[in-house]
Design a binder for this molecule. Structure first.
Ligand code: NAP
Length: 247
């Protein structure tokens, strides 16, 4: 059975990915930070549908937590086949000139440095030269990496730009280790993240400017993630799928 670890698998896009991955036969590690109830609910739903999953708490911004997360995952299910670097945060909308350095550091710590830490641990389990079987890493970027999110959250958009560059560089570096690295760039998906940005109704405000004239569902992003994780995308590495309604 192939194993998939999803950071931030308790809610939103991560939770939809966990449910779809279990349906497709993966043993799923649902990482969460604070919301144990939400993570347990996803694991229960998977088990009720005869799938295999476990919830593991870890703040992926902390090096020790990340080491424990990957060790526990390995003890339960063995070496990883897929890592989905999904967990991400947003701070309230404001102009760049008003952003405190604490806020910017917090955004980069969770959205970039934490992904670096998780990826280093995943490579240890996947790399052919380390006795692994290869694997796939799917990074969750954002269309904001290209729009820059002016007037809202340039810090967040810049962190996703870093993830795009990371995806390109790492895909070339680890190709000969049997590891493919790709990214999905969602936008305007109905999840809790917009409330964290201070505007719970953001998707509905913007939807008429989206070519497809609607917001997206987390499951529609999960479908792209699962494709990039699977052998169906075996000749893709360093590539991006925009799941953004054509915007
Ligand atoms: P969400 O609904 O707010 O869920 C965030 C998830 O990340 C939760 O499971 C949360 O865990 C987890 N998390 C946050 N900080 C963490 C930490 N330090 N350690 C471990 N887990 C942590 O977000 P979402 O909208 O699904 O977003 C998922 C990804 O898609 C993010 O990278 C986001 O930037 C990206 N994205 C989303 C959209 C969109 O429109 N929704 C658009 C573009 C990109 P708890 O449940 O424990 O809090």
């Amino acid at each position: 059975m192939k194993t998939m670890l999803i950071t931030g698998g308790s809610r939103g896009i991560g939770a939809a990915t966990a449910l779809l991955a279990a349906k497709e036969g993966y043993a799923v590690i649902v990482n969460y930070y604070r919301n144990k109830n939400a993570a347990d609910a996803i694991v229960s739903q998977i088990k009720n549908e005869r799938g295999t999953a476990v919830a593991i708490q870890a703040d992926i911004a902390k090096e020790q937590d990340v080491a424990r997360l990957f060790n526990e995952s390995k003890c339960v299910f063995g070496n990883l086949n897929v890592l989905v670097n999904n967990a991400g945060i947003l701070e309230p909308q404001m102009k760049f000139e008003s952003m405190s350095m604490d806020r910017i550091i917090n955004i980069f710590t969770t959205n970039v440095f934490a992904q670096f830490l998780c990826t280093q641990e995943a490579i240890k389990q996947m790399a052919l030269s380390k006795g692994g079987n290869g694997g796939a890493i799917v990074n969750i970027s954002s269309l904001a990496a290209q729009s820059g999110a002016p007037g809202e959250y340039i810090d967040y958009a810049s962190s996703k730009g870093a993830i795009d560059t990371f995806t390109i560089g790492l895909s070339k570096e680890v190709a000969n280790e049997g590891i493919r690295v790709n990214a999905v760039r969602p936008a305007f998906i109905y999840t809790d993240i917009h409330a964290n940005g201070g505007e719970p109704g953001r998707v509905d405000r913007i939807k008429n400017t989206i070519p497809l004239k609607r917001g997206g569902q987390a499951k529609e992003v999960a479908e792209a993630i699962l494709w990039l994780a699977s052998e169906k995308s075996s000749y893709c590495t360093g590539t991006f799928i925009d799941v953004s309604g054509g915007k």
